[in-house]
Design a binder for this molecule. Sequence first.
Ligand SMILES: Nc1ncnc2c1ncn2[C@@H]1O[C@H](COP(=O)(O)OP(=O)(O)OP(=O)(O)O)[C@@H](O)[C@H]1O
Ligand SMILES: [Mg+2]
Length: 498
Amino acid sequence: MAGNLLSVEGAYKRFGGVHALAGASLEVSAGEIVGLLGENGAGKSTLVKTLAGLHSLDAGTITLQGRPFSQGNPRSAREQGIAVIYQEPSLFPDLSLAENVFVGRQPTTGGRVDWRGMVSQTQGLFDGLGIDLNPLRPARGLSIADQQMVEIVKALSIDASLIIMDEPSAALSAAEVAQLMTVARRLKDQGRGVVYISHRLDEVTELCDSVTVMRDGATVATAAVAQIDTTQIVRWMVGREITEMFPKFDAEVGDVVLSVKGLTRAGVFHDISFDVRRGEIVALAGLVGAGRSEVVRAIFGIDHHDSGTVSVSGSVLRNGSPSAAMSAGVALVPEDRRLQGLFMPAAISRNIAMTVLARLRSRLLLRGISERRVATDWAGRLQLKYANIEDPVERLSGGNQQKVVLAKWLATDPALLIVDEPTRGIDVGTKAEVHRLLSEQAVRGLAVLMVSSDLPEVLGMADRVLVMREGRLVAEIARADATQESVMTAATISGALA
Ligand SMILES: Nc1ncnc2c1ncn2[C@@H]1O[C@H](COP(=O)(O)OP(=O)(O)OP(=O)(O)O)[C@@H](O)[C@H]1O
Ligand SMILES: [Mg+2]
């Protein structure tokens, strides 16, 4: 049955030479949660942006509640009942939550803003969804998860009939994802339609009623979740079988590359000591907030430490100096790639090659040529999806932007590669590809330190698992003993396995 709420048919959208949408369709019924799936660059966000009024289709029809949807105007899209929640919401930090919910359309009584009405309506909507936030507090300092909740409430305040979430869970902890799912189910119970985009298939099969799978801009399959399994979904997404999710090769373990001794940053992490050797992949596991990212930031010198030492290949690194770390052969692929990893308006080639070429003192012309060569080579190895290597990085899909950051650091041929959540936002096929790459580099003698909240990834890839809890290293678990249980127990229960 065609979706009685939303129906997109035969959607086409081209950007220059890129066919972002090439025969996409999507059906959503009232009271249904549809999972929208597809590899990086498949066209999911382009479809979403069209429904948000940011793009107009070149061809195709969109029907919303039986009426033709008027395209190309964000305000009109909202008025027609579509609300979009993005991975990183953009609230006004200094406005209260109530003001953020009603921004631009505050209720008035007798020509004056009806503050009390605004606050009580916001409170009512919070209560209705079980959200525990004060409408009077400013948005500044809210977690991403809470900011998304405010966006959802905003959608409800305009009585949106269709709520689209574009990778909302990418930066959330497990508990936050659970809350998001609860809220999504309430929206469904209220008879609204929900479109949920995620690269985490387990989330999608748990939450959604049906899935729509896109590949290369076209919709290739739609099915009820109850009638399919993840293997089938993956086959639709990538058009082939993925045989090995975690390709792990035997690497010869060599000399110590990274040695961390007694590393302490007051109030953040305490007395952290461990080594990583050539050929090893060591995972730093723990709950969000355990201090893992903070430790790797200090190792790379982005943050200072108060005491202890970081040595690479035998020499102690200068405290708080990323350039010293880089000269010693350390590369860090940061967690927040948008802010720390990429220069968005610059070319893909420039972004990939800038770190490696900064070292070469070649002439300008030669530089341009080697830049393209290095970039094209790595783009190929990571299966980057792009139109022209000179295009700005901001034009790439989210997952492809992440591949550019990985390429940029792998291109420097480091002795130690630190990766913080290396496959967040990366589709299943490429994820296996990234794992294979890390594994291969380890065989070639690279030392890898990996921070990951993805437990299967940790168990699949790591030779050793170091577990942090509340700023301390509480356990070291060998690959043979690392299980979901042993890692989670160490991460959550004090006194366990210390
Ligand atoms: N404004 C734009 N200009 C040029 N190309 C674009 C633009 N927006 C998207 N594209 C291209 O369209 C294709 C689809 O991108 P889109 O962002 O829709 O993918 P996606 O399915 O959301 O991927 P991801 O899972 O990585 O977020 C990509 O090849 C992308 O580079
Ligand atoms: Mg996207």
